[in-house]
Design a protein around this ligand. Structure first.
Ligand SMILES: NC(=O)c1ccc[n+]([C@@H]2O[C@H](COP(=O)([O-])OP(=O)(O)OC[C@H]3O[C@@H](n4cnc5c(N)ncnc54)[C@H](O)[C@@H]3O)[C@@H](O)[C@H]2O)c1
Length: 430
């Protein structure tokens, strides 16, 4: 019997079946000191959370069955449990991501996880539905699920915080309004992380405008290392890799060293200058410079918006995959000579991008969750001009939320708050 099957049996004890009773009986005979049935899995409450205050995180279930007692079946390197807090947990991206995390395909098949799920007041019911589905999957690595709408409770003790929840731009809403509205969410969540998350917590901001939201959150979390805040540009990198592979007629695994510079917006710079295909410069394999500059580049910059037009909603599945890739990039050593994209605080970067913004750079990791910006990439005039444009956009966004990042608010007209993110639009808007 595999570890999965053994733990699953214990997880099933809330709905006692003949098979489960038989399995437990056999195990008790074998191991008289083993925990008794009912200790293995605790279902805290009915979804209504009887006896709890409305804003309490609602413990949904917790596996108490100690896998270490099961010498024959446990993985040899079962790791200490990590606590992963996810905001926007009832949303579309989370609906793909949570199940990947719980299955072990993100943090590893020897990594038990606790999921702490944050929703908004409006999504409370949906959150309970998500938790029910997680229960029903019988994931052995998923040790506990808690849901709530108070970030100060849900983020408590978090090792990782995946900040996905944000509001889309509604009809008639000005761009500056979107920054302001979502900025307020990230002020509160930054403060909550500061108060209750582990100081070593790694934070990945996905909710748009993600670079500036990450800047806002880190500005309010001085107890956390600002280097541990990321905004997601891995999806853009994956999109770029795919299009280069298709054009070159190669398997996408052979495309490496792709970086997205700048903002997760239409000013982002997908770098074909430093990209490699099968170890060669991409520009030597794809010699059609016109395609690289005038087809490939805008196609990556605007792919999110195009997808909304086609699909009627923003990219949820591929975003979830890219969040998983981003986490794997941080918890596994980067292959020699390669790098990955993540938007991080620009302070002290080797590319002359101004300090104090969250900008996407080529990074490497030793696999311990930390990273370093890779120096020395070729920045030719074509790249420099576009990297500058994205830097200016981020500076402008920062000016619009100056009052949220501890700096003076720059009172600019709406046109000066260029949230050029097509995937923040409601589908009907375009
Ligand atoms: N960085 C990227 O590459 C990328 C890619 C795609 C989408 N996004 C962004 O990710 C975000 C989420 O996308 P989605 O498709 O999952 O949206 P969604 O609307 O399906 O889900 C968002 C969820 O967040 C919840 N929410 C809103 N405010 C909240 C708050 N203060 N605290 C907790 N939860 C809150 C909502 O109730 C909703 O359930 C959007 O901002 C979208 O633009 C980013």
């Amino acid at each position: 019997m595999t570890a999965r099957a053994t733990t699953t049996t214990r997880a099933r004890t809330t709905t006692t079946t003949t098979t489960t009773r038989a399995a437990i009986g056999r195990r008790r005979a074998r191991e008289p000191n083993a925990r008794r049935r009912g200790d293995a899995c605790v279902r805290y409450n009915t979804p209504a959370g009887v006896g709890r205050k409305a804003d309490d995180p609602l413990g949904v279930f917790r596996l108490e069955y100690d896998i270490s007692m099961d010498e024959a079946h446990r993985p040899k390197t079962w790791k200490p449990t990590v606590t992963v807090a996810v905001s926007g947990a009832a949303g579309q991206i989370s609906n793909h991501l949570l199940f990947k995390i719980a299955s072990g395909s993100v943090f590893g098949h020897d990594q038990p996880v606790v999921l702490r799920l944050l929703g908004s007041e409006r999504s409370r019911q949906a959150l309970e539905g998500v938790a029910m589905e997680l229960e029903d999957c019988l994931f052995p690595l998923l040790r506990e699920v808690d849901i709530g709408i108070d970030c100060r409770k849900v983020f408590a003790g978090a090792d990782w915080a995946l900040l996905i929840g944000a509001k889309p731009r509604g009809p008639g809403m000005e761009r500056g309004d979107l920054l302001e509205m979502n900025g307020a969410i990230f002020v509160d969540q930054g403060k909550a992380l500061n108060e209750v998350a582990k100081p070593t917590c790694k934070v990945i901001v996905v909710g748009n405008p993600c670079n500036t939201n990450a800047l806002i959150a880190l500005s309010h979390a001085p107890n956390l290392d600002p280097r541990n805040f990321h905004a997601l540009t891995k999806l853009d990198e994956n999109r770029a890799k795919c299009q280069l592979a298709l054009k070159a007629g190669v398997f996408y695994e052979t495309v490496s060293n792709v970086v997205i510079w700048g903002n997760h917006s239409t000013t982002q710079v997908p770098d074909f200058v430093n990209a490699k295909i099968d170890g060669k410069k991409a520009t030597e394999v794809i010699t059609d410079q016109d395609w690289l500059e005038n087809d490939f580049t805008p196609a990556i910059q605007t792919r999110g918006g195009l997808l909304i037009k086609k699909w009627g909603r923003s990219s949820a599945a591929s975003t979830a995959v890219s969040i998983a890739d981003h986490i794997r990039n941080l918890v596994n050593p980067t292959p020699e000579g390669d790098w990955f994209s993540t938007a991080v605080l620009s302070n002290g970067n080797p590319y002359g991008i101004q300090d104090g913004i969250v900008y996407s750079f080529p990074c490497r990791s030793k696999g311990d969750g930390s990273y370093e910006i890779v120096p020395g990439l070729e920045v030719n005039d074509w790249l420099r001009e576009r990297m500058k444009k994205s830097e200016e956009e981020l500076t402008s966004e920062k000016g619009c939320v100056g009052h949220l990042v501890g700096e003076a608010h720059v009172d600019v007209p709406d046109a000066g708050c260029p949230v050029d993110l097509e995937d923040t639009l409601l589908p009907g808007e375009m």
